[in-house]
Design a protein around this ligand. Structure first.
Ligand code: HEC
Ligand code: HEC
Length: 266
């Protein structure tokens, strides 16, 4: 009796080991199953990069970046005509007369506004006025483009404003007469001292030395215009390459050097 009681309550060492292992094993098994479940759920959610739809989705996601790349500063910005700007931006409101905008071609709408003068109209178009958003809501438009669009609309409404032909600040005509003669051979030294910082590697979209594709459209503007842009700066190109102490002769030589290396003739 006493013997059998002892047998019931006292476990043998083997039994203890087995029960301890079983006690450990049950939670481990549970954890293992949970991990497997999570992994299988994740596997189902893994993006499928092979299918056409998935590739299209990826392309869509990266689209804003590729658009930015397409707007590379290497491509010289071609300024739009007044009509082009109008058709791209201003027409939205100025054709139907939305929000009270003076309608395109309507002399009654435009008459009193034209009386304010071209400069005031440009100012209002640039800065916005009442329901008219600054630059018609397109911040990428240059001052020249807005001025051209204003002339295009106002002239259709009875005015005879003369739209600016070239970017106003560069004043290429004035500079053209004063551009010093360039000696490209002497320009190499200046280039290596100043311009190489950006034009050596193409920093900030600067056209690289000797890159004919990048220089081609620029060179076709002519030496006087390029010189004036280098003198006054243009977009990310600082005036005199950021070196105010540079003499105009040295600058001219450097422009000549960049031009001829880029496939242009002086
Ligand atoms: C979102 C609508 C909208 C767009 C887009 C728009 N305009 Fe306007 N514009 C207006 C409205 C509204 C007015 C009238 C504002 C007022 O006088 O109350 C106006 C007025 C003007 C005037 C007359 C300002 C004055 O002093 O009388 C000019 C000039 C003008 N717009 C130029 C432009 C040009 C250039 C563009 C395109 C680059 C453009 N607008 C695009 C809504 C627009
Ligand atoms: C801080 C960087 C930087 C330096 C330094 C620099 N440039 Fe540039 N340069 C640019 C950039 C950026 C452009 C392209 C501007 C654009 O068209 O948007 C450019 C464009 C030009 C152009 C073409 C302008 C046109 O109308 O297409 C000329 C010419 C030029 N640089 C001459 C020079 C010369 C000469 C020097 C040295 C004296 C120089 N640059 C130094 C950044 C620089």
């Amino acid at each position: 009796m006493a013997d059998s009681h002892a047998k019931m309550t006292q476990a043998t060492p083997q039994e203890i080991i087995i029960s301890v292992l079983a006690g450990l094993f049950a939670p481990l098994l549970a954890i293992f199953l949970i991990v497997m479940l999570v992994l299988s759920i994740q596997a189902k959610h893994k993006p499928d990069t092979t299918s056409e739809a998935a590739q299209k989705a990826t392309l869509d996601r990266i689209k804003p970046f590729s658009t930015l790349v397409a707007l590379d500063a290497n491509a010289p910005k071609v300024e739009k005509s007044g009509q082009e700007v109008f058709e791209a931006v201003c027409t939205t409101c100025h054709t139907p007369g939305a929000l009270g905008a003076p309608k395109f071609g309507n002399k009654g709408d435009w008459g009193p506004r034209i009386k304010q003068g071209y400069d005031t109209l440009i100012k209002h178009a640039l800065e916005g006025i009442r329901q008219m958003p600054p630059r018609g809501g397109d911040g990428d438009l240059s001052d020249t483009e807005v001025a051209r669009a204003v002339a295009y609309m106002a002239n259709a409404g009875g005015a005879s404003f003369k739209a600016p032909e070239a970017p106003a600040p560069a004043a290429p005509a004035a500079a053209a007469g004063t551009a010093p003669k360039a000696d490209p051979a002497k320009g190499k030294v200046v280039f290596e001292a100043v311009c190489v910082a950006c034009h050596g590697t193409g920093v900030a979209g600067a056209p690289k030395l000797g890159d004919k594709a990048a220089w081609g459209p620029r060179v076709s503007q002519g030496y006087a215009t390029l010189y004036s842009h280098a003198l006054n700066g243009i977009r990310a190109m600082p005036a005199k390459g950021g070196n105010a102490a540079l003499s105009e002769a040295d600058l001219a030589n450097a422009v000549g050097y960049l031009m001829t290396e880029g496939g242009g003739k002086l």
